[in-house]
Design a protein around this ligand. Structure first.
Ligand code: AMP
Ligand code: MN
Ligand code: MN
Length: 321
């Protein structure tokens, strides 16, 4: 493994990803957690801790998902902190506390917006589909057990939108094939974690589509959820995945935008592009990041101001085409 020596030397290791973890983040964190536990901790002489909260319920079948912790009261200094699928320290949420104090910091990521300098060593592959793909390359094939393969496969499935986004390369498919050879039940993961929705998730998806608006000459589609509506339907951010993807496939649209209110007047903005617009540029302008075709940021203020500011940015980008 790329950091074999570092892992061997460390007695205490922390692993964490970005806040509000998606499939790639959860898959990478649990894939690595299980890999280190199974291959580097036979005598259990190392303390390996995984920091993650709000893991979507459908991912909880992954081995050791119940070991994730989110408690930062103790003063701790880890020998090694490994950050996954996260492009800047502020995206670690409260885990940033232990990250900052750690003796050594390594990051595995695929976000083009990652500056490459927030850890001691950054393994950054912007042209890889997912952090799980980056991690797979760093692992030894014979040391990948079925639970590790399931986690990595789930991450690749989610960040590629089930192998349909243009980040899906020949290598991605080869890696997916190797993971399948470990015994991964592909349709269980794809249906059970990507397509299956609860009744309420379908309702909120339907509502967002019904209330969506075409703006900027039909080039941008926009939809949003306020706290009031989220409370009415009793949904949390993890219930909203997939809404942006459905907006994006509207014909004629270049960019899809979906916003929801995290806290009063605090919005999470997601953007997807069909290729012409680089949404990571817009996201970075507003303090966020991501990839050319999928990016996001958090924005404070009134909903209409957030939307107006964003549309001005997108209008500017569309005008340059
Ligand atoms: P999302 O819309 O949350 O699915 O995110 C799309 C892409 O943008 C993912 O690769 C995220 O990691 C990235 N992203 C979303 N929000 C932020 C943010 N606030 N800062 C940096 N990157 C983000
Ligand atoms: Mn992610
Ligand atoms: Mn990712």
């Amino acid at each position: 493994m790329i950091f074999d020596k570092e892992v061997r030397q460390a007695d205490t290791i922390a692993i964490a990803g970005h806040i509000r973890p998606d499939g790639d983040c959860v898959g990478a964190c649990l894939g690595l957690y299980n890999y280190l536990q199974e291959n580097y901790n036979s005598l259990f002489d190392k303390e390996i801790h995984l920091y993650m909260k709000d893991i979507p319920e459908s991912f909880m079948f992954l081995k050791n998902s119940d070991k994730a912790r989110w408690n930062f009261e103790e003063e701790r200094q880890y020998d090694l902190f490994i950050v996954l699928d996260c492009s800047s320290a502020d995206r670690l949420g409260e885990a940033e506390k232990y990250f900052s104090s750690a003796k050594r910091k390594i990051c595995f990521d695929h976000h083009a917006s990652n500056s490459g300098s927030f850890a001691d060593e950054v393994v950054l592959k912007p042209d890889y589909s997912s952090t799980c793909e980056v991690l797979f390359e760093a692992m030894e094939l014979e040391k990948i057990s079925l639970p590790i393969a399931e986690a990595l496969y789930l991450g690749i499935v989610h960040d590629t939108g089930v192998f349909k986004h243009t980040n899906t390369s020949e290598q991605t498919m080869c890696i997916a094939g190797k993971l399948l050879s470990k015994g991964v039940n592909s349709s269980k993961i794809i249906d059970g974690t990507f397509y299956e929705k609860s009744y309420i998730e379908n309702q909120i998806l339907g509502r967002c589509l019904m209330e969506s608006m075409l703006v900027l000459d039909g080039k941008v589609i926009l939809s949003w959820l306020t706290r009031r509506i989220m409370e009415l339907y009793n949904v949390v951010p993890a219930n909203l995945s997939g809404i942006i993807d459905q907006l994006r496939v509207t014909s004629g649209v270049e960019v899809a935008v979906f916003l929801y209110e995290l806290e009063p007047q605090q919005f999470k903005v997601s953007m997807r592009s069909n290729g012409l617009v680089d949404v990571s540029k817009t996201a970075m302008f507003f303090g966020g990041g991501g990839h050319k075709k999928a990016a996001g940021y958090d924005a404070g203020g009134r909903l209409h101001d957030v939307i107006n500011n964003l549309l001005a940015g997108l209008e500017h980008q569309l005008a340059e085409l």
